[in-house]
Ligand binder design. Structure first.
Ligand SMILES: [Fe+2]
Ligand SMILES: [Fe+2]
Length: 186
């Protein structure tokens, strides 16, 4: 009799499930809708970047779990989904890029409080110190904070590589649409 094999849940399915379970209210908030309207890291948006951070952070959690290191998933989900919400309205809010880099983590903590109410110490730490080791940020105090901070760097790198890919694709399209040499000589 054939043995029925249980399909192993993929990392992305598992991450989507955890995001829905612990981040539903944030994902459906007005702030998150606005996040997809605001440019971030050249051609990306705050929303796209946020989703990349959340997926990378959860990937790190699952990898650590295999090493018997358990991170608190709800903290990581709330921390990653809210870490940059304070940056919304950047151009009207901050006087300079330096001010934005320094201040948006604290503003994201406030945005997270408005969305989910009281935050655990670890969640606040993960949001407030996500810029580490840049912008004068202190080092995160928790494993969850370190995960969100590392995921933020990975996702920022992905934002820029996606920008390069989109620019290259745009240049290629423009070249293809340009009249060919023979046509130009007609
Ligand atoms: Fe940030
Ligand atoms: Fe970020």
């Amino acid at each position: 009799m054939p043995i029925k094999q249980k399909r192993r849940e993929s990392y992305r399915d598992r991450a989507q499930r955890d995001l829905r379970r612990y981040g539903e209210a944030i994902l459906h908030s007005e702030e998150m809708r606005q996040a997809f309207q605001q440019k971030h890291h050249k051609l990306s948006t705050v929303g796209d970047h946020t989703m990349r951070v959340a997926l990378s952070a959860l990937g790190l959690c699952y990898a650590l779990r295999r090493l018997h290191i358990a991170a608190d998933i709800p903290t990581v989900v709330t921390g990653s989904l809210c870490h940059d919400l304070g940056i919304l309205g950047r151009d009207e809010k901050y006087l300079s890029q330096a001010q934005c880099l320094r201040q948006h983590p604290a503003d994201s903590v406030e945005a997270a409080r408005r969305l989910v109410g009281e935050l655990s110490e670890k969640t606040e730490d993960a949001i407030a110190r996500h810029m580490w080791p840049f912008a004068g940020s202190k080092m995160p105090n928790s494993l969850e904070g370190a995960i969100v901070s590392a995921a933020d760097k990975i996702a920022s790198f992905e934002d820029y590589t996606e920008t390069i890919r989109q620019k290259a694709a745009g240049r290629l399209r423009a070249r293809r649409e340009r009249p060919g040499r023979k046509e130009r000589l007609k």
